[in-house]
Design a protein around this ligand. Structure first.
Ligand code: 13P
Length: 254
């Protein structure tokens, strides 16, 4: 597939898998995806599996991501993980502001912006998640909701930092429900997000930002979604937990 930006497909394993299970999955993925060069492939295991997975993907084309991070550095922040701790395990990406954290941990756009700044400060690439709920979509306020999230979650970042940020558009109603946004619905919001980025930092920056789609991405809908001009990859939940489906999503996107 000829794309303006290199696709980035990340597996968000969420709160799943023991260390042994994580190792088994990446060993299979290494084999299945060894020849893939056209797509940046990222796996995001639980914190407890980062060290083992990091060693298991050495010298491979698979990159490592974390699912969250504290907004401070080292210090008296019980239960938090500092950006520098992730760097110890060669983590390159960190998912921030996933809708599950926005919902269950009440993460605000302002907190996500602080985390995004901390990530860039440590040379980690943040994957900043946005997306509307079903009620918001039905009320016809998808665009303003997403615009507020984008502006709030990227507040204070420089143009260079925004350019290196990955955005994940994940409509909440499509996560884990089997209800995928149609490729047209996804493209519409992705184009809208890119327009918001143009307003913030100009056309050249906006054109370089990769915007992933997330929400019930499966092998049978990946190609259609990835073929949309402003869809630059996928953030995959359920289907990333199994080698066959994740590898097929990557292969079907090329
Ligand atoms: P599903 O692919 O399970 O719908 O999850 C999407 C998601 O939340 C990825 O971050």
């Amino acid at each position: 597939m000829d794309k303006e930006r290199k696709l980035i497909i990340a597996g968000n394993w969420k709160c799943n898998k023991t260390v042994a299970e994580s190792l088994a999955l990446v060993a299979d993925l290494r084999r299945e995806l060894a020849a893939v060069k056209e797509v940046d492939v990222v796996v995001c295991p639980a914190f407890t599996a980062l060290e083992s997975v990091s060693k298991a993907i050495l010298d491979s084309n698979i990159r490592l991501g974390a699912q969250n991070m504290g907004d401070n550095g080292y210090g008296a922040f019980t239960g938090e993980i500092a950006p520098g701790m992730l760097k110890e395990f060669s983590v390159g990406y960190v998912i921030l502001g996933h809708s599950e954290r926005r919902q269950f941990q009440k993460e605000s756009d302002a907190l996500i912006a602080r985390k995004a700044a901390a990530a860039h400060g440590a040379n980690l690439i943040p994957i900043v998640c946005v997306g509307e709920t079903l009620a918001e979509r039905e009320a016809g306020i998808t665009n303003p909701v997403v615009e507020t999230q984008i502006k709030g979650s990227l507040a204070g970042l420089s143009a260079e930092q925004v350019e290196r940020t990955v955005i994940a558009y994940e409509p909440v109603w499509a996560i884990g429900t089997g209800k995928t946004a149609t490729s047209a619905q996804a493209q519409e919001v992705h184009a809208f997000i890119r327009g918001v980025l143009v307003g913030l930092h100009g056309d050249a920056v906006a054109r370089r930002v990769r915007i992933q789609y997330g929400g019930s991405v499966k092998p049978n809908n990946a190609r259609e979604l990835m073929s949309q001009p402003d869809v630059d990859g996928a953030l995959v939940g359920g289907a990333s937990l199994e080698v066959r489906s994740f590898a097929d999503i990557v292969k079907n996107s090329i």
